[in-house]
Design a protein around this ligand. Structure first.
Ligand code: FES
Length: 119
């Protein structure tokens, strides 16, 4: 089963994702805060990303959230997109706000800010 490296440009994080997992499932495996989990079915639009490099195959996406021109510009819903090569993506809209805020709000960073020892 092919495995691809996915880079989230907003945070410069990378993860490995097989061609049988969606980009969102791979992100969730990072197990950190800031990854929004919505409907996971292409209907809510919370997981919108733009593919900056590489290729994905997609399943049906709501046109309410990804217009044909968006899709032509590389915008996809991460819960409906599977990598078919290494991919560089940029989280956009609500997804960007969550991803970019996530690491700062993690338990570890909050503990560091409070200058308390962590376990
Ligand atoms: S999680 Fe709802 S559209 Fe992706």
């Amino acid at each position: 089963m092919p495995r691809y490296e996915i880079r989230i440009q907003n945070t410069d994080e990378t993860y490995v994702c097989t061609d049988t997992r969606t980009l969102l499932e791979g992100m969730e495996a990072l197990a950190r805060r800031g990854i929004p989990v919505g409907c996971r079915g292409g209907g809510c639009g919370v997981c919108k990303v733009r593919i900056e490099a590489g290729a994905v195959r997609t399943e049906k996406m709501s046109r309410c959230h990804v217009s044909e021109s968006d899709e032509a510009a590389g915008v996809v819903l991460a819960c409906r997109a599977y990598p078919v090569s290494d991919v560089q993506l940029r989280a956009i809209d609500a997804m960007a706000r969550c991803v970019e805020r996530g690491p700062k709000d993690s338990f570890l960073d909050a503990a560091r800010r409070a200058q308390r020892p962590t376990l």
